[in-house]
Structures are given as C-alpha cells and as structure tokens.
Design a binder for this molecule. Structure first.
Ligand code: PBG
Length: 336
C-alpha cells in the first residue's frame, strides 16, 4: 500500500475510470439511468363532507382534510403540474363498528370522485378501500370479539369498491390486508358491471410505525391492540413476495409495496418476478421525517425528496404515492 502511495504514476486499465462520465452536468445527464416523471406520481388526498372546508393536518405538512369543492381546486392544481393521479381517503362524519360509511354513495370519497369525474381532469382517480377510517374501533375490518373477522369483512370492502367505481374511480386500492380481498373486489366489481375498474393492490403492506402521521390525519388509530394480526411482520420478505403472488393471481392490476423506504429490496425482487406494474407508497412517516429534518436545517428538503423518489423508481416502482407529488412535479418541470 505504502509503495502504491509513493509511486508517482499509477497505471489503471482504461475501464477502471468510471469518473470519466461524472465530469460535467451534461455527461451525468447523458448517462443517468433513472428519471422520475410527474406522470408516475400519485398524490394522496384526504376528503371530508361539506363545502369550503380545509382543515390543516398538523402531522402532514402542507396537507389538509378538504371538502369536495376544495379537493377539486387541489386536483386542478395537481393536474396543471402534470401529476399522474390522486388517491382518495375519506373521513366520515360518523363512524360505526362495521364501518358502513365506507360504502356510502354520498360519502366524501364518492362525492369527490363524481365531482372530479365531471370536470374531466387528466388525472387517474384512485380510491383507498379500507374500513379503518370508518370504524369506531379503528381496525381495518369488522370485529369478532377482539379479532378482525377476515371473511365477514370481504363483502364490506367489495361494497365500498363498487360504490367508488360507480362514482367514477379508475382504480380501487384495497389496503385492509384481508386474505382474499383482491378476489372479493374483482368479483364484486365485475358483478356490478365495473369490469373496467382496475385494482391497485396494497399487496405487500407491513405493520409499520411509519403510518403514525396518517392515522392522526385520518383519525384511524386502533382503539385497542395493533394491526399485527393482519398487516405483515416487517421482518418478512419471502412472505411479501407470496402476498404479491396471491394478489396477482386474484386479479390485481398493479402491485403495491409499503412503506417504500423499507421495501426497496422487495421492489427489486418483484421487478424480476412479476410483469405487472409495481407501485410504492412513500408513507406519512417517511414524509414526516424529511419535513422535520428539513425544518431544522439538517437536510436539503428538495434534494432529499428528489433523491428518495429516484431511489424508489430505481428499485423498480413505476407508480409512486407521495405526499411530495406537487412539489416534486413542479421541481421536475423546472429542470426540463
Ligand atoms: C388504511 C391505510 C393506511 C395507510 C394507507 N392506507 C393506514 C394504516 O394501515 O394504518 C398509511 C398511509 C400513510 O402512512 O401515509 N388502512
């Protein structure tokens, strides 16, 4: 080693100089392998009933619970920026133990979908399908004692999906982690004549502490226990691939992993194994960490957002759900 350091000239074979292509911005752009396009970003949107309502969400900077009219204004802004789509989450006026309001054709999600559909915005409209925002106990399905009853929950999820398809959703996104939920939605949708409505399945969804800020936004923190009996153990990768396999067999059109930052290995493996489009959800806790560190001046918000989205796409995601969709899209437009 010492000998090497003192030698005046080191002979490197030509192929050992990858720095050649890093010498200028133009060269780096020329050989860049991954580019994020605003059209592949989906912005999550929280909706409530009423008119002119905008309630800031403390845990999700820049995000608010919006009434349908305000959601429309937000959607117009996102469409202008070239964002690909929206993912709607509803917060109902009243909850019950069966989460019946999830399938209410006059609930905030259905109402917003009808309004957006009528405007004909160039956005893909997705609706999250789960009961946790709609149940008094905050679990993702209906209870049998303290246990979530898988099979009794399936028809309720299917009914909600049909209501959203009826209201104009292009995609329904089941996130309850009930076994068979994709098959239940597909057969429910088909029976109701919605053969064209696509299913973006939360296929690999880990029981994660990164969902904390979302639960505050949606008021969906479980009133007892946790979600570990239905969401996956975050230590499991092979099980995640099996979940994806099952959802693909049940008729999923897009397979999603979540959280994104803890699932990059799964995206890379899934990219090899499946030919379906893959999606990743950069969840609320991931966004909150970036916002909090940026607020303290510890990281550069814009650069970290761009780097994280690029890594998610590099790992294999075609579609990315991100709370930074609007900012990222406007930055991407600046650099074109
Ligand atoms: C509903 C649902 C959750 C998220 C997406 N759909 C919450 C949960 O599972 O507790 C999390 C999204 C986020 O953290 O941004 N089941």
């Amino acid at each position: 080693m010492r000998e090497l350091l003192t030698r005046s000239k080191v002979e490197l074979p030509g192929a050992e100089r990858p720095r050649r292509l890093r010498a200028s911005a133009a060269l780096r752009a020329l050989v860049r392998e991954t580019r994020v396009d605003p059209a592949q970003l989906i912005a999550p949107l929280f909706v409530v009933s009423g008119q002119g309502r905008r309630e800031e969400i403390a845990s999700l900077k820049g995000h608010a619970r919006l009434s349908p009219d305000r959601a429309l204004a937000e959607a117009e802004k996102l469409a202008k920026l070239g964002v690909g789509g929206l993912l709607l989450f509803g917060i109902p006026e009243a909850k019950d133990d069966r989460g019946e309001a999830a399938a209410d054709p006059n609930g905030p999600v259905a109402e917003t979908l009808r309004l957006l559909r009528r405007e004909g915005l160039p956005l893909a409209l997705a609706a999250d399908v789960c009961l946790c925002e709609y149940t008094t106990h905050g679990h993702c399905g209906i209870l049998d004692g303290e246990r979530v009853d898988n099979d009794a929950t399936l028809p309720l999820l299917a009914e909600a999906a049909v209501a959203y398809a009826q209201a104009g959703a292009d995609l329904v996104a089941p996130s309850a982690m009930m076994d068979g939920q994709v098959a239940a939605l597909r057969s429910g949708l088909d029976a109701a004549g919605h053969t064209e409505t696509a299913i973006m399945a939360y296929a690999s969804k880990h029981a994660s502490a990164f969902y904390g800020p979302f639960r505050e936004a949606a008021g969906s923190t479980p009133s007892f226990g946790d979600r570990k009996a239905y969401q996956m153990d975050s230590a499991n990768g092979r099980e995640a691939l099996r979940e994806m396999e099952l959802d693909a067999e049940e008729g999923a059109d897009i397979l999603m992993v979540k959280p994104a930052i803890t699932s990059l290995d799964l995206l890379a493996l899934a990219r090899q194994r499946f030919d379906l489009p893959l999606a990743a959800y950069q969840v609320s806790g991931e966004a909150a960490m970036i916002e909090a560190a940026a607020e303290r001046g510890w990281i550069d918000r814009r650069k970290v957002v761009q780097e994280s989205l690029t890594a998610i796409v590099r790992a294999g995601a075609t579609v990315v759900m991100t709370y930074f969709a609007a900012d990222a899209a406007s930055w991407l437009r600046e650099t074109i």
